[in-house]
Ligand binder design. Structure first.
Ligand SMILES: *Cc1c(COP(=O)(O)O)cnc(C)c1O
Length: 448
């Protein structure tokens, strides 16, 4: 593939970036390692579309990895931000926009109190510290394939056997840091029961993605989240629902689906990010008053941030949440249903085995991904890893060449926005048949 001739300005920037940054990127997935080739540098975005530095236009199905629920450069978000910028960009004091955003979150979500931070990683890291402080216990339970940011203790891989203590998933994390992390297979009740039977008195918290979207989209089995809440409570552990990706993306309530309401569970702590920052660095963790009031300055658990509650980021987040009306979600769901169908039809027509999977096992969710070369729904990380991810490489590049920007990894969610309209969908529909053929013709040892 000749990226230099097709994207000369992108290639020049990437060459310069690699001189000054490791791998030329500030977050690894952006480097295109999983799909081959060189990353495309984007210059601007508007609605459903991105324009690259060489003038190419793409329908964007990454949405900045989730935040851009309303599409790029939404005029009302931009004008709110511009007005806020004119008043100054950071004060290091309390300011009104952060109160308004916190009020909006508390009103919509199960959180009684929230603390604002700048990234999802900070939110989960702080929630875990708080859970350990509250329970005076050290162990935490997480699921293989769930991503909660790059928190040391959460970058653990499962050892062998069903209930094992985690081993570091990356160099640089000391073994003693993940020694208190228990990694279990997702959707596996027996494994959770065994972990609590063995370590119940020592477990501070169980953290899960409300609906995992970081191993591809794998919905919790019906009742699974309720089960997790119940077994955690029974053993005096806190249940942390990580809604950094799902929060305000799958529903207005900030909560994944209606599962909580239907099944009667509430997380003790919940984390948000992505959509609630409206494209700026803002995230939050929140929950029960008695737990949250253990945080400094009220309580002894320390947590802080120079730019936490930043007036620009909170203004963008608030504008985004206010504009995300029930109509917006209805539209998003409809567009997503159409896209899921288009993708499924194109892959079937080309004879590519696949499962298009969304974030709800029982109803419909706009958050979805495609698993390649599988016959049955994927329920855990082992299943996700067993897919024919290599089929995605030629598919991805064929779509890119036809003006559709997909996530540069088979293990990522496809993100739509409320700005995706007929024009965007028809660009995708035109690109799909050729890309599906390329996926059908792919071989595992092929590299681009
Ligand atoms: C993206 C994500 C995070 C990490 O958020 P960052 O802002 O990238 O640090 C944590 N949890 C989940 C579920 C996520 O999708």
């Amino acid at each position: 593939m000749d990226d230099v001739s097709r994207h000369p300005v992108s290639q020049q920037l990437f060459d310069r970036a690699r001189v000054v940054s490791p791998g030329g990127v500030n977050s690894p997935v952006r480097a295109f390692r999983a799909v081959g080739g060189s990353p495309i540098f984007m210059a601007s975005g508007s609605g459903a579309w991105l324009t690259d530095v060489d003038g190419g236009r793409y329908v964007d199905l990454v949405g900045s990895w989730g935040p851009m629920l309303l599409g790029h450069a939404h005029p009302e978000v931009l004008s709110a931000v511009n007005e806020a910028v004119a008043r100054g960009t950071s004060f290091g004091t309390p300011s009104e926009p952060e109160v308004l955003l916190a009020e909006e979150i508390v009103e919509r979500t199960p959180a009684d109190l929230v603390r604002l931070v700048s990234s999802g990683t900070e939110a989960t890291m702080s929630a875990i510290r708080l859970a350990r402080g509250f329970t005076a216990r050290d162990k935490i339970v997480k699921f293989a394939g769930c991503y909660h940011g790059h928190v040391d203790a959460l970058l653990a891989e499962a050892g062998s056997g069903v209930v094992t203590l985690g081993i570091p998933g990356t160099p640089g994390v000391p073994a003693h840091v993940t020694a208190d992390t228990i990694v279990l297979p997702f959707n596996d009740r027996a494994a959770v029961e065994a972990a609590f039977a063995t370590y119940g008195e020592e477990i501070a918290c169980l953290i899960t993605e409300a609906a995992p979207g970081n191993m591809g989209v794998v919905p919790p089995a019906p009742g699974f989240n309720g089960f997790l809440a119940e077994i955690s409570a029974r053993h005096g552990a806190l249940f942390i629902s990580d809604e950094v990706m799902t929060g305000f993306r799958v529903s207005r309530s900030g909560q994944w689906g209606v599962d909580g309401a239907v099944e009667g569970w509430r997380p003790d702590l919940v984390t948000f990010g992505k959509v609630m920052g409206g494209g700026f660095p803002a995230a939050a963790f929140g929950g029960r008053v008695d737990v949250m009031e253990l945080l400094a300055p009220v309580g002894p658990v320390y947590q802080a941030g120079t730019l936490s509650g930043n007036p620009i980021a909170t203004t963008a987040g608030l504008a985004t949440l206010r504009l995300a009306t029930p109509d917006v979600y209805a539209r998003l769901d409809e567009t997503s249903a159409q896209l899921q169908q288009l993708v499924g039809e194109a892959l079937t027509a080309a004879g590519v085995k696949h499962v298009v999977q969304n974030a709800s096992a029982e109803s419909f969710s706009n958050m979805f991904s495609v698993f390649w070369g599988v016959d049955a729904p994927v329920t855990d990380f082992a299943g996700a890893q067993a897919q024919e991810a290599w089929r995605y490489r030629p598919f991805f590049h064929a779509m890119l060449d036809s003006g559709v920007y997909l996530p540069p990894s088979a293990f990522e969610c496809w993100f739509l926005s409320a700005a995706h309209d007929e024009e965007a969908l028809s660009r995708i529909a035109e690109a799909l048949p050729g890309a599906a053929q390329a996926a059908a013709a792919a071989t595992p040892d092929e590299w681009i």
